[in-house]
Design a protein around this ligand. Sequence first.
Ligand code: CP3
Length: 361
Amino acid sequence: MGTAATPGTPTETTGPADSDLVRAALGREVRRTPVWFMRQAGRSLPEYRALRAGTAMLAACQDPDLVTEITLQPVRRHGVDAAILFSDIVLPLVVAGIDIDIKPGVGPVIANPVRSVADVDALPDLEPEALGFLATAVSRLTAELGDTPLIGFAGAPFTLATYLIEGGPSKEHARTKAFMYAEPQAWERLLAKLSVSASVFLRTQVDAGASAVQLFDSWAGVLSASDYATRVLPHSRAVFDGLGDRAAGVRDVPRIHFGVGTGELLPLIGDAGADVVGVDWRVPLDEAARRVGPGYSLQGNLDPAVLLADRETLDREVRRIVEQGRAARGHVFNLGHGVLPDTDPGAITHAVELVHELTTR
Ligand code: CP3
């Protein structure tokens, strides 16, 4: 055992598994509050727009050179404490052979939306062998990133089902909910299928070296707590369970679970098997800590619009969130949703510096 440190006290960095991101996610002491931003890679960066010029989004996501470079851009520029893989939640569906396009300024559009029980049963499965490009990108990235952790991610079954059923982005997700109520058995099969493909997608990233995973259930906030608990949460839990039994010695990494507008669902979300519950800007973190209970760390929750406001407002909001985050067993500073495309990258760098300055122990 030699000079093993007391559990819970900071030690020298010994790689991404001992990073502040991982430590905060597990509720351990940190050197300073880790900070990263959802959608930190992407259109707010001129270097991203330059690199992406002439390459379609879904082609870029399957090109390991581009994925590596785009993922590293915000780490280099902002000094964030984690990289998030450049990819998209619809990628497992695309790789499985479903006809999907990501239209600039719109989002994912599905050529043949799922509207019937037969459509559900005709959906192709994701073959793990088709994810070679992903494993290549992740192992290159983890080699380049050194001590900085890489966050792998996937879309949760419900949020992916909204795209498949609506055929594209939607506000109310009414067709999705109607299908959920009218065809409960086909709904179960659809979400079970999506949970397997999300697990395979995450497992590939973890096996290739990702240091944490985030499951995006972006649109779960449109559900009542009771529908969420009975018709959706079990499938999100299956995604995390599919990563392997934590007790059985599989390579294990912290699990982050995020959705927008989930104030009423916060007491439930961690139950899917998360270590960290992501919170949007609607619920202050001290209140969120009460709602999720003691067993979880929190991630969030700066309103992305505040990055478009004046510096004084930005500083005030960052300070408030850092303070309120102290109520949680661990805090990963982030936005309440993704970076807006017209954000000044300088505001992001400034927020990172301020979080570090305020929290260095
Ligand atoms: O966070 C990151 O920097 C990593 C990359 C990432 C992307 N999409 C890249 C992307 C991540 C984590 C996602 C997840 C994702 N994709 C979610 C969950 C997160 C959330 O925002 O709620 C969702 C719902 C999607 C579906 C999707 N893909 C949308 C809604 C859009 C935006 C459409 C638009 O153009 O406004 C996309 C496209 C997309 N995904 C872009 C990027 C960088 C923009 C594509 C471009 O640059 O042309």
